[in-house]
Design a protein around this ligand. Sequence first.
Ligand SMILES: [Zn+2]
Length: 316
Amino acid sequence: MDLRVDAGAATSSTELEALESRIALLTELTSRVESLRQNPAYLRPTAASASSASIAAVVPALGQAALVRQGFEHIKEFADKVQSERVQDVLKAAKEREAKDQSDLRASRRRQHLKRERAASPESPQPYRSFQPKTSPFPPDDTVSTPLRMDGLVEYIQAYNKEHPFRLHIWTATPRASGQRLSDEAIIRFTIRDVLTIFLTVGCTASDPTLVVEGATAFGPREKKPPHAQSGFVVFQRLSQYLAKMLQAHPQVSLPLFMVLLAAYEDLFIRRCSACERVIGVEGHVPPVARVWLAGAWDARHPACLQSKAADVGAQ
Ligand SMILES: [Zn+2]
């Protein structure tokens, strides 16, 4: 009887040790992920006070290249480790245990969630909530009196390029013969030099010939990708997501009004978020990609910071 108890105790203590070492390994991997998430911050401008300089101009090119190289090396090391047999075994064991019984997991996740809500501050990553604009995110629309139609698009673009430091251009997959008529849909490329490129899909319906913006996808200024692709950079992916949400909430937005919003991205990489007062946000390590029209001016926010304090000011 005594022997059996001892044997049982010995087995469970070995099991316990194995479990502890697995947990230690997984904890180490988690903290590595956290440190890898710092990598995109290498792009953070060192002189955020330079109000109109682009990010490329303020980050010393050589130092940045070394940091980026190091960042990629760390990612590769991490990938190798995750693919190793030992880690794969541990992950598999964890998955099997979770499938068998996840009651404790749910309870601890709930506890963690409560703790996080209590401790939420602008410095800590906030749980993501989808953006529900309380007011129109656009400035008052004074373009309604002269609705823009497809037959006026070329003229509009020429006038826009004369009046703004940014560039609009009708994009076609194949060169468009001059004088060729535009159909009821067009893709327009919008460029802010050294900051971004945005492809806009504009169109109209047979019943209403007014041009509305149907889609917008953002890319890096030197990315050579077609309009239907996705940017390789998280910041432009987030910006595309934000613009998509805006268009979903305001499906009838006219091109001239949408252009007023897009011009507000000139300071994308240097503008601080008005909620957390950081350029690079804690969550996702990207600059504030949201722009909301508040009290007569553009307010910049990280999407995760849209719900906090001053966002309510404009709701009245
Ligand atoms: Zn923020």
